[in-house]
Write a protein that binds this ligand. Structure first.
Ligand SMILES: Cc1cc2nc3c(=O)[nH]c(=O)nc-3n(C[C@H](O)[C@H](O)[C@H](O)COP(=O)(O)O)c2cc1C
Length: 384
């Protein structure tokens, strides 16, 4: 914990995560696609906006609450779905779910998690969302919907930007590929992290926990669950399929990965409750726009007919404030909490969430804005 205490912001946590993790896992967490332009731009784009303070406002109480996907959350950001958390720390997904619940905000569990969704339901006392894919095997998707209903998940989020995988060159270099082929350098990095190995031996289950029961349906051609899932991504996916899933679920429903105004309008038409404006943290289509740059345009086009969540590049409280002022209802974070997880398990995630919450609170006080609903376009302007 003492090392965590020396982390004063998310980039300190990133440095600590880098020290703690074998390099193939760090680069899998940290990297993006191609030349990583979208990855870099996601965060840099926030610098194109300035916050305009108004003073002599009562800021004795700052109200960070907002409502998304049918639940009021205690702070205006939450944890995005990320797969394979056990690679980063043996406490894995339950650590993030417990930390999010402590902060009164959403935890999102990925289909590609290393913890069963029923287990998350047991440990997560706060709002929870399941990130789903529409797979070729619609029966499997239907089964997920039923399991989420039985496990009392609050919301479903459909990721649409990953029907094929982005080109992650860092993973190719380290050997962190579908069938790992670690390089000598990667193996040396594993050898240099004995603590990580010790935990690996004690908590070695890296399976995609929500899919292992499907072992029986894998043909000879599919030698692993990951290959099975990859073979299951449906390239024919379209808006009719989304309408089908909205109906199957019948509850709060987000579409994750949209960026264009046209798609946002279709999301409204199909009956979604929220759009997660996202480019998958710069891990999919290289040079797709930074999510923060899409917010105002989409908000102007859809009005109040749908909730908007900004996901990508958030490393500072002021980033959250800017996204909300431009029209988002909430933000979500991926790497920021994963750095915390890698740096110190649940305590590390709590540290990341605590740092960001304090930054949002301080930023709103300095801005002269005592509540989230008072963050409007007047608070933010594009730098000339
Ligand atoms: C290691 C890692 C794994 C991810 N796995 C998933 C996933 O399984 N499903 C999904 O919809 N998004 C996944 N994402 C994307 C995140 O949900 C989110 O869109 C992204 O991390 C936001 O950008 P940020 O990391 O800059 O905050 C993953 C991201 C990372 C970094």
């Amino acid at each position: 914990m003492s090392t965590l205490k020396r982390c004063h912001n998310i980039s300190d946590l990133r440095r600590l995560a880098r020290r703690r993790l074998p390099s193939p896992f760090f680069h899998y967490l940290d990297g993006g696609s191609d030349d990583e332009r979208s990855l870099a731009r996601n965060t840099a784009a926030f610098d194109d906006y300035e916050l305009m303070p108004n003073y002599l406002v009562d800021i004795s109480k700052i109200d960070l609450k907002t409502t998304v996907l049918g639940r009021t959350i205690e702070m205006p950001f939450f944890c995005s779905p990320t797969g394979m958390s056990r690679l980063f720390h043996h406490e894995a997904e339950p650590a993030v779910a417990r930390a999010a619940a402590k902060f009164g905000t959403y935890y999102s569990l990925s289909t590609l998690a290393t913890t069963r969704l029923e287990r998350i339901s047991e440990v997560c006392t706060g709002p929870k969302m399941f990130q789903i894919y529409i797979l070729k095997d619609r029966e499997l998707t239907r089964e997920f919907v039923q399991r989420c209903k039985d496990a009392r998940f609050d919301a479903l989020c459909l990721t649409v930007d990953s029907v094929i995988a982005g080109n992650r060159e860092r993973d190719k270099r380290t050997g962190m590929t579908m069938k790992p082929r670690f390089t000598l350098r990667s193996l040396a990095s594993f050898a240099a992290h004995p603590g990580w190995w010790l935990q690996l031996i004690r908590h070695h289950d890296f399976r995609l926990a929500n899919l292992t029961h499907r072992d029986t349906v894998m043909s000879d051609a599919h030698t692993s669950v990951i290959e099975y899932v990859n073979s299951q991504y449906d390239r024919t996916l379209n808006w009719n399929d989304v309408a089908w899933l909205v109906e199957q679920w019948g509850g709060p429903f987000a579409i994750k990965g949209l960026q264009s105004v046209q798609d946002a309008q279709r999301a409204v038409d199909v009956g979604a409750s929220a759009i997660m404006i996202s480019n998958h943290g710069g891990r999919q289509l290289e040079t797709s726009p930074a999510p923060v740059d899409c917010v105002a345009r989409i908000r102007d086009a859809v009005g109040d007919r749908i909730e908007l969540i900004v996901d990508g590049g958030i490393r500072r409280g002021t980033h959250v404030i800017k996204a909300l002022a431009l029209g988002a209802n909430a933000c979500s974070i991926g790497r920021a909490y994963l750095y915390g997880l890698a740096a110190g398990g649940q305590a590390g995630v709590e540290h990341a969430l605590g740092l960001l919450r304090a930054e949002v609170e301080r930023g709103m006080a300095l801005l002269g804005c005592p509540s989230v609903d008072r963050l409007t376009r007047e608070c933010v302007s594009r730098r000339k």
